[in-house]
Ligand binder design. Structure first.
Ligand code: NAD
Length: 480
């Protein structure tokens, strides 16, 4: 499956440079195509075009016109859904069923949802002490939003980031991961066909150097970044140069606490999905499962049984749940992490190896469950971003909370219990942006999504998401 064109898309048309990078299918190791990488002058042109669109067209549209155009875009995304699914799956190896239900569904939902917010954003009238004074606020877009995204759910990011930024009236320059460029190229084409003026949606292709050029451009008014905490810190440092506001959606090491009174079948099944969906390449992956010692053995057995139901295989097949990892180097990293954990006394109770026979070429790794790790083990500390889950014991509620919070991250956390008082008590104490009770990883597109601590700052989703791309201006009038 090939994208509509193979170069950056600036001011309504593709623009080539003389450097290219190769796109590979991680399920087969086959080269899909060569993409033309943006250079410094293409980045500058993209930001300039976005600035002009903001000043002269998109930023000047009435809210009714803006809403109509984004509704058109949502309709076109629905019409082109199958192509978007194939484009995403071919390039990042995520199985088509998962891309459809998770990433492309979120794109379509978010564009229509944010379009519906456009005529519902209100401002405030502020009380003042003066008898002749009036004070009110206006909510205004920032201008040019730079959007830099990760490889795992590229269509979803287009909805949650570009959708919110555009609905708020900003123009965008999108720098997708070089491992997942196709959805952004298709999105830009659809945006043009839907009636967004040239320059409103620009896509620049390439690696972190292109991203770095983009965020160092002084005409960028807001930066929205999704990626690792490592890269997020570099982005934050670069943004400091012009004090450009940032939204940072970074990594996680999310804990999942299971108590004896929980529905253990449901907990085991959803914990398996929570840990292994997207082959563990999910920011909210529930990669640390803590189980009360009374039910530990029982839960581990159930988790193994549930995990065995998850098919590892060809992403193009509808039954597949786990596709390949993204690259050879990522596969090497995941493999060596598991090897290291075993050397340090970890016990592999499922997986720990690559599938044999029918899937020899892609970067596949079996879903892996490890027990008996020391608290300091890096599998419990670092984001592995692969199909590896650690299952550890706890004695009581206090210990469960302490272990759950023992991380530099704070993206999601779950608690499984029928005791609602305990669930709420623990939810208060967990330091994470999203808490699930008797569920894992559910993220309604209407709810605020975002992390605490080194999982980043800022929110995506619903009114919280669109408000990130608006700034309040206060106006005082003396009517004397
Ligand atoms: P990554 O950090 O390697 O790259 C993300 C994007 O940033 C890419 O487009 C990359 O080219 C760009 N980039 C990297 N360094 C940069 C720099 N210094 N300046 C500008 N741009 C730079 O991440 P990845 O491997 O693509 O994705 C995996 C990471 O993303 C994981 O840590 C995962 O948890 C995180 N993630 C977070 C969320 C969330 O919403 N919190 C969602 C998905 C993924």
């Amino acid at each position: 499956m090939l994208p509509p064109h193979t170069a950056s898309f600036v001011n309504g048309k593709p623009i080539e440079s003389d450097t290219c990078f190769t796109c590979e299918n991680p399920a087969t190791q086959e080269t899909i195509c060569e993409l033309s990488s943006a250079n410094g002058s293409i980045v500058d042109l993209a930001v300039k075009s976005a600035g002009i669109a903001y000043e002269e067209t998109w930023g000047k549209y009435s809210i009714g016109k803006r809403q109509k155009v984004l509704e058109n875009l949502a309709a076109m995304i629905r019409e082109n859904k199958d192509e978007l699914i194939k484009l995403e799956s071919t390039e990042n190896g995520v199985p088509i069923t998962i891309v459809e239900k998770f990433s492309v569904a979120a794109l379509e939902k978010n564009i229509s949802h944010f379009a519906s917010w456009i005529d519902k954003i209100t401002s405030d009238v502020i009380p003042v002490t003066s008898a002749t004074g009036f004070d009110f606020t206006l909510k205004e877009p920032f201008g040019v939003a730079a959007i830099i995204t990760a490889y795992n759910t590229p269509s979803l990011f287009l909805g949650s980031k570009a959708g919110a930024a555009l609905a708020a009236g900003n123009s965008v320059v999108i720098k997708p991961s070089p491992l997942a460029s196709f959805p952004a190229l298709k999105f830009a084409q659809l945006a043009k066909e839907a009636g967004l003026p040239d320059g409103t949606v620009n896509v620049i292709l390439g690696d972190h150097k292109v991203g770095s050029d983009l965020i160092s451009n002084k005409s960028v008014d807001i930066i929205s970044f999704t990626g690792s905490a490592f890269a997020g810190k570099q982005v934050a440092n670069a943004a400091n140069k012009y004090l450009t506001p940032t939204i940072l959606e970074l990594g996680g090491k999310s804990p999942n606490l299971i108590f004896p009174d929980a529905n253990l079948d449901s907990a085991a099944f959803q914990s398996a999905i929570g840990a292994f969906a997207l082959t563990g390449q999910a920011c909210v992956a529930g990669s640390r499962i803590y189980v009360h010692e009374e039910i530990y053995d029982q839960l581990v057995d159930k988790l193994i049984a549930m995990t065995k139901l998850l098919k590892v295989g060809d992403p193009a097949e509808k039954q597949t749940v786990l596709g390949p990892l993204i690259t050879q180097s990522h596969l090497n990293k995941v493999t060596s992490t598991v090897y290291d954990a075993v050397q340090k006394g970890g016990n592999i109770v499922l997986g720990g190896d690559r599938p044999t026979s029918e899937l020899p070429l892609g970067y596949f790794f079996n879903p892996t469950i490890i027990t008996g790790l020391k608290e300091s083990d890096r599998i419990l500390k670092d984001e592995i971003f692969g199909p590896i889950v650690a299952v550890q014991k706890f004695r009581d509620e206090d210990e469960a909370v302490r272990l759950a919070n023992d991380t530099k991250y704070g993206l999601g956390a779950a608690v499984w219990t029928k005791d609602i008082s305990r669930a709420l008590r623990i939810s208060r104490q967990l330091r994470a942006g999203m808490i699930w009770i008797n569920a894992y990883g559910v993220v309604p597109h209407t709810a605020p999504f975002g992390g605490f601590k080194q999982s980043g700052h800022g929110k995506e989703g619903g009114k919280y998401g669109i408000e990130m791309y608006l700034q309040s201006k206060n106006i005082y009038v003396d009517a004397n």
